[in-house]
Design a protein around this ligand. Structure first.
Ligand code: PGA
Length: 236
C-alpha cells in the first residue's frame, strides 16, 4: 500500500525538532542503521539538533552508516559548495563518523563506475533503512530532475536550469552543469522515507506533489509509490 503521512508544522524549528527525533528513534532502535542524507538549507537544523541529542544522551552511533544522497559533478571535494563539505561540517565530523561508515560519491571523479560502486556499497550494508530527502523548487528529489523520462538507479544527470541556480552553488559563486545522484529506485527501496519541505519557492512543486498522481515532471511525486513516507512541512 502506498501512503504519505503529511504533518504540518508552524515553523522550521518545530519541523527540525520532529525530524531530529525521527532520526534519533531510528538510531536507538537500530544501531546499525543505514541512513541516506540530503544536504541543503532544509535538513540543516535537523542535523544540528540530531548531533546535539546524540551527544547529550551519549548515544553510540558507531554502527550507523551514512550515505550521501547526491553531489555536484566537477567540483573539488573541498569546494564549500559541495554536499561533501556540508555533510562533513554539519553531520559527519561532529558525530565522529568513521570513514568506513560513510558511503559517498566523489565529486571530482563522477562516472558510471562511481554509480556502480555506491550502489554496491549500499547493497552490501543491507540497503537503506531511512532516506532523508528535501524537495527542490522544481520538484526534484536528490538530483533526479524533472524530465520526460527518469533513470531509475544511481546516475549522472544534466541539471535543470533552476537547479543550476541552487543556493549552495550561488553562495559559493560556483556554476555546475551535472550532478550525480541516487535514483528514485534507490529511494523507493528505503524502508522509511522522511521528506522535509521548508523554505521559499517550494509551494508550486509541493502542491503538485500533493496531488497524489505520479509524474516524471515532478520527481517527488514518485514517493506515492513508497509504502512508508513521512512528509514534514512548514505551513506555506
Ligand atoms: P534546499 O534544497 O534544502 O536548500 O531548499 C532542496 C533541494 O533543492 O533539493
Amino acid at each position: 500500500m502506498s501512503a504519505i503521512a503529511f504533518q504540518d508544522y508552524p515553523d522550521y524549528e518545530s519541523l527540525s525538532e520532529a525530524a531530529s527525533e525521527h532520526l534519533l528513534t531510528l538510531v536507538q532502535c537500530k544501531p546499525d542503521a543505514v541512513i541516506c542524507v540530503a544536504t541543503g538549507a532544509t535538513p540543516l537544523l535537523t542535523y544540528q539538533r540530531f548531533v546535539d541529542k546524540v551527544k547529550a544522551y551519549g548515544i553510540d552511533i558507531s554502527g550507523v552508516t551514512f550515505v550521501k544522497l547526491d553531489e555536484w559533478v566537477g567540483l573539488a571535494p573541498d569546494n564549500p559548495a559541495t554536499c561533501e563539505v556540508f555533510l562533513q561540517q554539519h553531520l559527519l565530523k561532529p558525530l565522529g563518523v568513521a570513514p568506513e561508515r560513510y558511503i559517498a560519491f566523489a565529486s571530482d571523479k563522477a562516472d558510471q563506475h562511481e554509480c556502480n560502486r555506491v550502489t554496491r556499497d549500499i547493497a552490501a550494508r543491507g540497503g537503506l533503512d531511512l532516506c532523508v530527502l528535501g524537495i527542490g523548487k522544481n520538484g526534484h528529489l536528490g538530483l533526479n530532475e524533472p524530465d520526460d523520462w527518469l533513470e531509475p538507479g544511481c546516475h549522472i544527470t544534466s541539471l535543470d536550469e533552476r537547479t543550476r541556480m541552487h543556493d549552495m552553488l550561488r553562495a559559493a559563486g560556483t556554476s555546475v552543469e551535472q550532478g550525480i545522484t541516487l535514483g528514485l529506485q534507490d529511494m523507493l527501496a528505503a524502508k522509511d522515507v522522511l521528506l522535509l519541505v521548508a523554505g521559499e519557492g517550494k509551494q508550486q512543486a509541493f502542491s503538485a506533489m500533493k496531488e497524489g498522481k505520479v509524474s516524471t515532471k515532478v520527481p517527488a511525486s514518485f514517493l506515492w509509490l513508497h509504502p512508508k513516507t513521512s512528509c514534514l512541512y512548514c505551513t506555506m
